[in-house]
Design a protein. Sequence first.
Length: 399
Amino acid sequence: MTTNYSAIQFAAMPDLPASVEPGLPHDSPAARRISGGARLPELDGARGLAALSVVIAHYFGEVDHALYGFEFGWMGIDLFFVLSGFLIGSIIMERKDSPNFLAVFYAKRSLRILPVYALILTATLGFIQLKAPEPWIANTLPAATYATFTQNIAMAWLGDRGSLWLLPTWTLAVEEQFYLAVPLLMMLISARALLPAILAGIGLCLLTRTALYLVGSDFPSRLLLVSNGHILLIGVLAAYIQHHDVRIPQLVLRLVPLASIVVFDAIILMAQVHVFLALLAPLFASYILLAARGWPRLGFLRARWLRALGTISYCLYLVHQPISGMMHGLILNGVPDIATMPQVLVTFGAIVVSVAIATVSYFLLERPFLRFARTISYADALPRGEGPDPQPLSADELH
């Protein structure tokens, strides 16, 4: 059976009323500071759209009786990796000279990621332990691998995906490893060498993914940081272009997605190998830059329902597979599927329950920690006239 690894890790940003720091001109340097709370509503909507696509793919496209054409959740992975690279890259470039950068950066990352992850991981592993050995309960990897964000390495080493309920967390492991490595590297690399280093990293990671695939290491070619780093670094490249105000004509940015789709379709139809899936990453990066420059055709991503879905996407990502597995197991004594009407009804019920839990999680758990994260500030001195960070929760706290 073909294994799909579609998952979505990236955290949500709330639907905030302000798009830039209050009282600042829209084109001022401070107004464009991602780490200072500058808002790109289209990206919040894109996050919600990607979250929706992953849930639909997992529930209807990656089950035994799947609907044809619904295996598109992998696009959510690439989009969110690019988004993560763009936002984290922007924060690093804006704040890396702060004397307390690493301490604040990792504190904010921990407050954003760990509380919800720890709660859902504990509840899921506890339920699995309680109900094992029911036939609809799959074996998990060792709990320590999930607790230390090394489950992607264990999956690659063992050739075992573990429990389907916790499979999406491999992207969270990739993200955590990215957070550990990239800030340190970008602080050590000189400003002049940064762009060549980003481009070299993209090339090396893409070659690593290809080489692993060619030697038959399918799991490592899908799951490791070194085999996904080029997608994240394409987002960092977009952040570099935005941060340094590199002038790229809008026409070029609009042609890159077209070229990505044409090349992607041609190669995939001929080769049918996953190493080329990253060809869509430049498409997503181009749209991020177009959104940052106010391209009106992306206005549909400002829809409130999409942005609201983006707000709860982190918990939704973590909880939707466990909820589906538990409900199908407890109600129908089987694994998730859509072959019968009862299974379809339980699947739709799982969507409702997952969204409800994610909403409650945001208001009762995530938002209090995010508000606490506001009290932790970078110590860099801003240029005269820019002022302090704004009151709304910043991208660094919410991503």
